[in-house]
Design a protein around this ligand. Structure first.
Ligand SMILES: C[S@@+](CC[C@H](N)C(=O)[O-])C[C@H]1O[C@@H](n2cnc3c(N)ncnc32)[C@H](O)[C@@H]1O
Length: 267
């Protein structure tokens, strides 16, 4: 099993990330809701924190936003730079640490996004508090925060460790993306549930040599939906909602896939 050298996605996982995501389908589902939430605060300048391969940054640029992305992984940033045609709008930032000057000099942002389960990767509560504080400081008053994540505490209650299996054909072979969650890990702080999120990519068909191209585990925080709301209220955000559907801030959480939207309070 590979350990993640410096946090974030690396190696085969970084190379094959976009193979496993159905980007047209995903952006088709997400962007109308994202745009509506950005429009509700008149946003133009947007930071995507944990931007990965840069697809949301590209989608935002295409829709006329002044979009930037930040990520801890140089490899994911390199993918994003290839997509966007340069690194001008991309910044190396490990959430949980202070944002770099390339980000702070562009602040204030009208909105900060962090989609695709980045937030639980701040497993340490100090890192999560630092990241929430940084989001608040980077936003203008009444600016919008939007997170998309898996509230994995819901999965522990369901007792089902496996996430949906994905199969893709790529470079003439079948690739399987296997994800599961292990809650049997040390729990250093009462009231904060941690888990290991395992991600593996395997290939192989009957008669061919099977191969694991990647297996890595990331320690994550398994948030409960109601816990997220309290955390961001204590961090100083206003109008904090945790909702099931991106386009409906009143939709109650109905599973592990949730969105958190909030605003920086007016001065
Ligand atoms: C599952 S990907 C999601 C990427 C993209 N936001 C999306 O929706 O497809 C998680 C991303 O978060 C990044 N990441 C993980 N921990 C991070 C941290 N502490 N600071 C910044 N980026 C981080 C990873 O490198 C990876 O690109």
């Amino acid at each position: 099993m590979q350990t993640q050298p410096a946090g974030g996605l690396h190696g085969e996982m970084s190379k094959l990330y976009d193979v496993f995501v159905d980007w047209p389908g995903r952006l088709g589902r997400e962007m109308p809701g994202v745009e509506a939430l950005l429009a509700s605060v008149g946003a133009r300048k947007v930071l995507d924190a944990g931007c990965g391969t840069g697809r949301h940054v590209q989608a935002l640029l295409e829709r006329g936003f002044d979009a930037h992305g930040a990520d801890v992984s140089d490899e994911m940033l390199a993918n994003a730079a290839a997509l966007l045609g340069g690194r001008e709008r991309l910044h190396a930032w490990r959430l949980g640490e202070a944002p770099p000057s390339s980000v702070t000099t562009r602040a204030p942002f009208d909105a900060v996004l962090s989609m695709g389960n980045v937030w639980p990767q701040l497993a340490d509560s100090g890192a999560a508090e630092n990241a929430a504080r940084a989001f608040l400081e980077l936003l203008r008053p009444e600016g919008r925060l939007l997170l998309g994540l898996k509230a994995l505490a819901v999965r522990r209650e369901s007792g089902q460790p496996y996430m949906p299996l994905l199969k893709r054909r790529h470079d003439g072979r079948a690739l399987w993306f296997v994800r599961f969650v292990d809650f049997d890990v040390p729990q250093p702080r009462a009231g904060e549930l941690l888990a290991d999120l395992h991600m593996a990519i395997v290939t192989g068909e009957a008669g061919a040599t099977p191969q694991a191209l990647h297996h890595g585990a990331t320690r994550v925080r398994a948030w409960a939906p109601q816990e997220l709301r309290g955390f961001f209220e204590r961090a100083g955000f206003a109008d904090v909602r945790v909702h099931a559907r991106l386009e409906d801030r009143d939709s109650p959480p109905a599973g592990e896939d949730v969105y958190l939207s909030a605003v920086r309070p007016p001065r």
